[in-house]
Ligand binder design. Structure first.
Ligand code: PLP
Length: 224
């Protein structure tokens, strides 16, 4: 099996220059992050608040961390007030969005977030339904946010080998992003389209992703 450095280089060689790479280090030790860091990687993704805070405290401060997991409401304050996440990618409900905003205002910071849309077939994945999200923006729900900037959209494709299905899911996410920017005329900086993981990131890029989140293909299988 190739090492972390080789895997990173192999993946980077497939990415167009405008596509960012989040190295998803969840469930891997800080040493693995350090190895990727030494290979030049500066952007990492974590899915649990405590794990993120632990790693951030042990690793170089020029790392940018994205939070990519389901964020429980009772963890919002710890995450937001730490100021450690440069982007919370996984805002999957309006309730969570409002809570992040409240805690950001309280902490005196502005949080950058993505809203997570659910287009995949699986019932279990979190996220706004596309119509729900489009309505939120059409009604100007973002205008009352005081300390949160919505920087774009995050989503996942169905977990299937059916390539056409995967492409259709990514196309639906790209279309939703366009629908939102077309209707919400005063929405600025809604630029990020985060989609694509180890097994499907090339399809995601073909459908317009500009941020991919790759874990297993860099760090190997996770041990839960
Ligand atoms: C774990 C995770 C990834 C990375 O998945 P891999 O298949 O290991 O590349 C990407 N996005 C989210 C939201 C995740 O939870």
């Amino acid at each position: 099996m190739p090492g972390i450095k080789e895997s990173l280089a192999a993946i980077r060689s497939t990415l167009p220059p405008e596509v960012g790479l989040v190295a998803v280090s969840k469930y891997h030790p800080a040493e693995a992050v350090a190895e990727a860091y030494d290979a030049g990687q500066r952007l990492f993704g974590e899915s649990r608040v405590q794990e993120l805070l632990d790693k951030a405290g042990r690793l170089p401060s020029d790392i940018r961390w994205h939070f990519i997991g389901h964020l429980q409401t009772n963890k919002v304050r710890a995450l937001v007030s730490s100021g450690v996440a440069s982007l919370i990618e996984s805002v999957d409900s309006e309730r969570l969005l409002r809570l992040i905003d409240k805690e950001s205002e309280r902490a005196g910071i502005v949080s950058r977030v993505l809203v997570q849309a659910h287009v995949a077939q699986e019932e279990t994945k979190f996220g706004f339904l596309p119509d729900e999200l489009a309505d939120f923006f059409a009604c100007g729900g973002y205008r009352s946010l005081k300390a949160t900037h919505i920087c774009g959209l995050m989503g996942m494709a169905s977990n299937t080998d059916d390539e056409a299905r995967v492409r259709a899911d990514f196309a639906a996410l790209a279309a939703l992003k366009k629908r939102i920017t077309d209707t919400a005329e005063d929405l600025t900086g809604f630029d990020i389209l985060s989609m694509g993981m180890s097994h499907d990131y090339l399809s995601a890029i073909a459908e317009g992703s500009n941020l991919v989140r790759v874990g297993t293909a860099i760090f190997g299988e996770r041990v839960y």
